[in-house]
Design a protein around this ligand. Structure first.
Ligand SMILES: N[C@@H](CCC(=O)N[C@@H](CS)C(=O)NCC(=O)O)C(=O)O
Length: 256
């Protein structure tokens, strides 16, 4: 299949800022699978997502006639369908370890998202962070500019940006960073399972990226501006932060 045909047949329905959509896009890129991204408007995705995959969340991947929703299901399906450039080990024990770490980081992602939005929600760049992607047309971005107070209210409600929840999430994130660092001690090449890049590394790096802000991620400093900048300085110097930056630098090659 040539690249143009593949991009017509393989479509990732996503929110460009979503952790789980970034994970799915990275999965496709890591496997060298050309695809096209279709950016959807948060909230308005529900009927189409329900119709396509019986889910209300993104990412959803359409690959020819096949439609798969949920980033973990997408990972498993891609692995089965395109086993070249594997992201899961053959060995069953190592495979279980990768999947357990993937599940752990996926769950942590919700807390990371809450922490980052709790810092960014009141900042002047909130509209640029949320809508400032080339995949959203001029009209959508214009509406975005006119509805900033509504966006802030929606973010607070949707991600439960309330003091108690935010405090709990920072604690979970702190535990998560320490857990990651415990896996990295005496681990010279930095891969979490069996010394090679896997779904565990890809998921860990994606879910923590909004805190650390690798330049080739949707949460780069050039997109977020000053939001998170003081929190990030300390995080980037930690072992976990260095690890995220290293994974993005070495393995996140987009734009196939
Ligand atoms: N476990 C799911 C989580 C997906 C998810 O939470 N997606 C969010 C975007 S980050 C979403 O679509 N939210 C829309 C909604 O809940 O209405 C996955 O891995 O795909």
């Amino acid at each position: 299949m040539d690249k143009v045909t593949a991009m017509t047949r393989r479509v990732l329905y996503q929110f460009p800022l979503s952790l789980y959509c970034e994970k799915a896009a990275w999965l496709l890129d890591a496997k060298g699978l050309p695809h096209r991204c279709h950016n959807m408007i948060p909230g308005l995705q529900v009927p189409r997502a329900q119709w396509m995959a019986g889910l209300s969340t993104l990412p959803i991947l359409r690959d020819g006639k096949m439609v798969i929703g949920d980033s973990t299901a997408i990972a498993l399906w891609l692995e089965k369908q395109y086993p070249e450039l594997p992201l899961l080990p053959n060995d069953s024990v190592a495979r279980e370890k990768v999947l357990a770490l993937e599940g752990y980081f996926d769950e942590l992602g919700d807390h990371v998202r809450r922490c980052v939005w709790s810092v960014a929600v009141d900042g002047p760049q909130v509209e640029q962070i949320f809508w400032g992607f080339s995949g959203y047309g001029r009209v959508v971005r214009m509406i975005g500019r006119c509805t900033v107070p509504l966006l802030r209210r929606m973010l607070r409600w949707r991600f439960q940006l309330y003091p108690q929840q935010v405090e709990e999430s920072w604690q979970r994130v702190s535990d998560g960073l320490q857990f990651l660092e415990s896996l990295l001690v005496d681990n010279p090449n930095g891969y979490l399972v069996d010394g090679r890049f896997s779904l565990a590394d890809l998921t860990g790096a994606t879910m923590l990226a909004p805190l650390i802000g690798p330049e080739n991620s949707p949460w780069s400093a050039s997109r977020l501006g000053i939001a998170m900048s003081s929190e990030r300085r300390a995080l980037q110097e930690r072992l976990a932060g260095q690890w995220v930056l290293g994974m993005y630098a070495r393995h996140r090659h987009a734009g196939l």
